[in-house]
Ligand binder design. Structure first.
Ligand SMILES: [Fe+2]
Length: 143
């Protein structure tokens, strides 16, 4: 099961909302894949994975803009990690006819979610502590 949890909260509303949306799309794709009542669900699942890719790209742009605004020093390397993920995801052949297509699609969704989860908990947290530091500094300078 793929579910949002408050442990992913960073405290930056726009980014938290987008992270929630990523989990939501992935959860929908997974639920649909596991739903046994639909006859023709593969196209729908593939569409949702495509949507997940599209939204991840959009979300990374938001994050990179935010990191730029706070003057985050590791912006470049963070951006490289985003680009690398998009590249990996783009290399996945969703139409691949696999003997076990359900397992294949489930593993793709799981890969994307695991990556996003680890990324939020590690790399994204770093720019948050940096932004608090920056804000704290600028506040103390104003005094
Ligand atoms: Fe990120």
């Amino acid at each position: 099961m793929i579910k949002w949890s408050n442990k992913y909260l960073l405290g930056i509303d726009i980014i938290d909302e987008q992270h929630k949306e990523l989990f939501c799309i992935a959860g929908d794709a997974y639920d649909l894949l596991k739903n046994e009542f639909y006859i023709d669900k593969y196209d729908k699942v593939v569409k949702l994975i495509e949507e997940l890719k599209r939204y991840a790209t959009f979300h990374f742009e938001t994050e990179e803009k935010y990191m730029m605004e706070i003057g985050y020093k590791k912006l470049f390397s963070h951006k490289m990690v985003h680009n690398d993920f998009i590249k990996q995801v783009n290399e996945i052949d969703l139409e691949k006819v696999d003997e076990n297509q359900e397992e294949y699609l489930a593993s793709i969704i799981q890969f994307i979610v695991d990556w996003i989860e680890q990324h939020i908990l590690r790399m994204d947290r770093e720019y948050v502590s940096n932004s608090q530091f920056t804000m704290h500094n600028s506040q103390s300078k104003e005094k």
